[in-house]
Each structure stands twice: as structure tokens, then as C-alpha cells.
Design a protein around this ligand. Structure first.
Ligand code: FES
Length: 97
């Protein structure tokens, strides 16, 4: 997963591109944003996603969206809330939330 901060707001997404086989997206370690840092960019084929919604707006999978990770900030710490299984990739025929 990764988190993008916009001012005092945080947006957490799974590191899994909806375009192809839930590919990892960083183009370099911990680098998920495009050049002007206005969108999340997948390194594989250049899909661009809105930071706030996770929706692909430019590239090979328009309309598809990243999977949100539910987080909360508690006393200055970021916590994952709800179900989350790090490193797990979906298997064919298995539903994921
Ligand atoms: S796998 Fe992300 S754009 Fe193709």
C-alpha cells in the first residue's frame, strides 16, 4: 500500500494497478506520483489516477479505480482500520472487498 498526503488529508491506496494483473505501481522506491505530483501514476503503462478518488482518468484503464485502504490518524499516528492483508494479491474467482 501507499499513502499520498495533500495538505492535512491522507489518501491510502493498495499498490495494485487495476489495469493489468494488479501490478505494482511505483516507478522507483516510494515514488507513485507523476512529474508535477498532481496524479498517481503507474510505472508499467502510465495510467494516471486521481489522488483523491483513485479513478484512472488518463491511460489504458479509464474509469477503473485503485482499491482504497481505510486509515485513521490517531494521536499523530496512521493506523489501518478494517480488513487489510499486506502483500496478498487477488486470486482468480476470489472476491475481494
Ligand atoms: S499495469 Fe498499471 S498501467 Fe498497466
Amino acid at each position: 500500500m501507499f499513502i499520498v498526503r495533500r495538505g492535512d488529508r491522507l489518501f491510502a491506496w493498495r499498490n495494485a494497478c487495476p489495469h493489468y494483473d494488479h501490478a505494482r505501481m511505483a516507478w522507483r522506491k516510494d515514488e507513485f506520483l507523476n512529474g508535477d505530483r498532481s496524479r498517481i501514476m503507474c510505472a508499467a503503462h502510465g495510467a494516471m489516477f486521481e489522488i483523491e478518488t483513485g479513478i484512472c482518468t488518463i491511460g489504458p484503464c479509464p474509469g477503473k479505480r485503485l482499491k482504497k485502504v481505510e486509515i485513521e490518524v490517531r494521536n499523530g499516528e496512521v493506523w489501518i482500520v478494517g480488513r487489510y492483508a499486506p502483500g496478498m494479491r487477488p486470486r482468480a474467482g476470489v472476491h475481494q472487498d
